[in-house]
Ligand binder design. Structure first.
Ligand SMILES: O=C(O)[C@H](O)[C@@H](O)[C@H](O)[C@H](O)COP(=O)(O)O
Length: 260
């Protein structure tokens, strides 16, 4: 388990811009070192805020978008093209503005896809897609993601892993179906903690005062069943990217603001 590193920025706009710049550099370095990069996207305001900042970033096209594999940490189980799907929102924020290789954009299944309305079958299909992309040197049945992004809910959920619900307890499967999610819509597919932990780096994004309690709980030793964000860590790095409002409950001496 990698100890969390915390970086605090002045506000959510600067946090998104700094996170976008950080992600560009990470992708460029991975592509220089290994010829391609692999990133897991997240839904929500902070996740989409990062993508929008990335779309507007001056260094955006330092990334070779044709050699980037994109996956999702979770998805709302809705029909293809539905406005509430994370992939729909990601396309609007960034993906439609860059030259990606469509074969390397791995959206989670829609509810009107080949799995019918069966969310468990959809989860199994995505797990199979991940397994096909995994290489022998990877850790488990998923590729070694360079960066796995996660928004953090006010209840400390990450992806669609909610406190005390079955999905956060999963220890074997890489992807599960979620029913009764407290955050609408209720039916989702999600990576599990074992899948999240296969990533080289896990970056958690939280901005706004509504996240201050969740951030403090997750960084104060809470258990992952009660605070799923506490169980989200990478093999090489766990990075919390916050704004001051979300960091308000943390000991200031431990996490001085990075942005003046
Ligand atoms: O599908 C989703 O809703 C997201 O993946 C979810 O995990 C999100 O990242 C958090 O709820 C934070 O969302 P906000 O950034 O909007 O607070």
């Amino acid at each position: 388990m990698t100890a969390p590193q915390v970086v605090v920025h002045r506000d959510k706009e600067l946090m998104a811009q700094a996170a976008a710049a950080r992600l560009i550099t990470k992708i460029v370095d991975a592509q220089a070192a290994r010829g391609s990069a692999s990133v897991v996207l997240t839904g929500g305001r902070n996740g989409n805020g990062l993508l929008a900042a990335l779309a507007a970033a001056p260094a955006r096209d330092a990334v070779d978008w044709s050699r980037l594999d994109l996956w999702w940490g979770d998805e709302r189980f809705l029909p293809e093209g539905h406005a509430d799907r994370n992939v729909t929102q990601a396309r609007e924020a960034l993906l439609d503005a860059v030259e990606l290789d469509p074969a390397r954009v791995h959206a989670m299944p829609a509810s009107d896809g080949t799995n019918g309305g069966d969310v468990d079958a959809a989860a199994e299909a995505y797990a199979a897609e991940l397994a096909r992309a995994a290489r022998p040197e990877n850790h488990g049945a998923v590729p070694s993601f360079d960066v796995l992004l996660l928004g953090v809910g006010p209840d400390t959920h990450v992806a669609s892993l909610f406190p005390e619900l079955p999905a956060v307890r999963e220890t074997e499967r890489m992807v599960v179906g979620v029913r009764g999610a407290p955050k609408p819509p209720p039916v989702r597919t999600s990576l599990t903690l074992p899948a999240i932990r296969a990533a080289r780096e896990v970056w958690l994004l939280a901005a706004g005062e509504d996240k201050a309690r969740a951030v403090t709980i997750a960084l104060s030793g809470a258990g992952e069943l009660q605070a799923p964000a506490a169980g989200a860590y990478g093999r090489a790095r766990t990075l919390w990217l916050l704004d001051r409002a979300a960091a308000a409950g943390l000991p200031r001496e431990l996490y001085p603001p990075a942005s003046p």
